[in-house]
Ligand binder design. Structure first.
Ligand code: SF4
Ligand code: SF4
Length: 455
């Protein structure tokens, strides 16, 4: 039988014959592990509590897909806020670029839900039940493990759903038959299955082969960005002292492989910066423990930069740490300005339905216009629409329009204008929409009619 083997290992999670290489990292207690645990459990607490926090009677953060609203710490965004949401997205993207340029994959190793739940919840449970190398893999332990994993995934999925339907509705659903809310229940089951597959089976492959942020590292990092790096100049030549021929050339690395045994993505950091490294610092803790035992200075593996490892000084000011903050300030400033100017009322010009104009008995034209009003405030509003700066026209519309909170209304209007005022079948009119509480906006509508010059 012929076995097809790759000439070398292409991924840390694959054997050369293409089968999965299961990674079972040894726990690495140490200062970074303790700090990461504090950050991780704080983030889990935030994830669970955030849907319950209310600001001004509304959820602090919620993506309401049914009503198409996004609550963000006291500000409500709706579909009409497309520009604001685009600015939010741009601001977040630039912030991610900046954070990555400065601190590398700090998000991956410390804050990403994939790392937080895998390393601080699912893996510790697995180690507790089966041992860190899977030494105790009886059928009973496996059944217990998957039962606990399933329960956790189901609980987390319910919390996740709360971000979309709110805690009140979720609590009602939890105590009622799934048949009364089949869509929500199906979403929870689907999300639970995905979480279970991810944290129970797919694991580090999410960071290595699936996560787009991980794949972008090579372009987002520069040689000054913070990385977890091995000090080759200090560590090499590696090996046990007694095995090396000349004592004066011995480096500090004793080749104990402790840094490899703890790595959750299965790499050897001594081979240099690799895309698979999520910056979790477990190898730092492992190597520091070895250095402590040998009474050598800590930091053979440490948070550093590629330039620092090459003997060059740190340089905080460089092209990306100047350009990114400048663009970030610009975007954040525009965002703050636009949000501060929001009135709660939105007005759009809509496409008309049916014929765009009719000819009146006196020969003038009644052209159709259609606008959409949205009351984004928490109080009912009364809006008035009048023509401005359009002396040759008259408006046929209701005197006012009442709108309940968070409701929108399409308003069909007719503007009577002389036939001769159309040029190439078009002309403009100006409408002022206002309420009694200070909101006022003038919009331009293009009216379609006959070409006045041709008839
Ligand atoms: S833990 Fe430190 S000493 Fe041990 S192999 Fe890794 S780098 Fe070398
Ligand atoms: S090389 Fe070190 S920092 Fe990178 S993923 Fe492995 S253990 Fe974490």
């Amino acid at each position: 039988m012929t076995t097809n083997l790759a000439p070398e290992q292409v991924l840390s999670t694959l054997n050369r014959d293409g089968t999965r290489r299961w990674i079972t990292p040894k726990p690495a207690p140490g200062r970074f592990m303790r700090r990461r645990q504090i950050v991780g459990y704080a983030l889990i607490a935030l994830f669970v509590l955030l849907p319950r926090i209310r600001i001004g009677g509304r959820p602090a953060f919620m993506i309401d897909l049914v009503d198409r609203e996004l609550d963000f710490f006291g500000t409500v965004f709706r579909p009409s806020d497309g520009f604001v949401l685009a600015l939010v997205g741009l601001t977040i993207a630039i912030a991610v670029f900046l954070v990555t340029a400065l601190w590398g994959r700090v998000w991956c190793g410390w804050g990403c839900p994939q790392t937080v739940y895998l390393e601080h919840v699912f893996r510790p449970i697995e180690r507790w039940l089966e041992g860190y190398r899977g030494q105790h893999t009886s059928r009973v332990r496996k059944v217990v493990k998957w039962t606990v994993f399933s329960a956790l995934a189901f609980a987390l999925s319910n919390v996740f759903l709360a971000y979309f339907v709110g805690t009140d509705r979720l609590e009602t659903w939890v105590f009622r038959s799934p048949l009364e809310h089949p869509v929500g229940f199906a979403i929870v089951l689907g999300t639970s299955a995905l979480m279970l597959a991810d944290f129970g089976w797919f694991r580090e492959q999410m960071c290595i082969v699936a996560c787009p942020y991980g794949r972008l590292q090579s372009v987002l990092l520069d040689r000054q960005s913070l990385i977890v790096g091995y000090d080759e100049a200090r560590g090499e030549p590696r090996g046990k002292k007694k095995k090396l021929p000349v004592l004066s050339t011995v480096g500090d690395c004793v080749d104990c492989s402790a840094c490899v045994a703890v790595c959750p993505t299965g790499i050897d950091i001594r081979n240099g910066l690799q895309m698979e490294c999520v910056g979790c610092a477990q190898c730092i803790d492992a190597c520091d423990a070895v250095m402590d035992k040998l009474d050598r200075k800590r930091g053979l593996i440490r948070y550093t930069s590629q330039d620092e490892l090459a003997g060059k000084p740190r340089a905080l000011l460089r092209l990306r740490t100047i350009v990114y903050p400048a663009v970030l300030v610009l975007c954040a400033g525009m965002l703050a300005f636009v949000v501060a100017r929001r009135t709660g009322t939105e007005v759009w010009v809509e496409r008309v339905n049916g014929p765009s104009f009719v000819e009146l008995p006196d020969g003038s034209i009644s052209a159709q216009a259609r606008i959409k009003l949205e009351n984004g405030t928490d109080a009912p509003k009364k809006y008035f629409i009048v023509l401005v700066d359009t002396p040759d026209a008259s408006l046929r519309a209701q005197p006012s329009y009442e709108l309940a909170p968070h409701k929108s209304l399409e308003v069909p209007l007719f503007v009577d204008v002389p036939r001769t005022s159309f040029v190439a079948g078009k002309r403009r009119a100006y409408l002022k929409i206002h309420d009694t509480e200070g909101f006022s906006r003038i919009i331009t509508v293009t009216l379609l009619g006959p070409d006045g010059g041709t008839k």
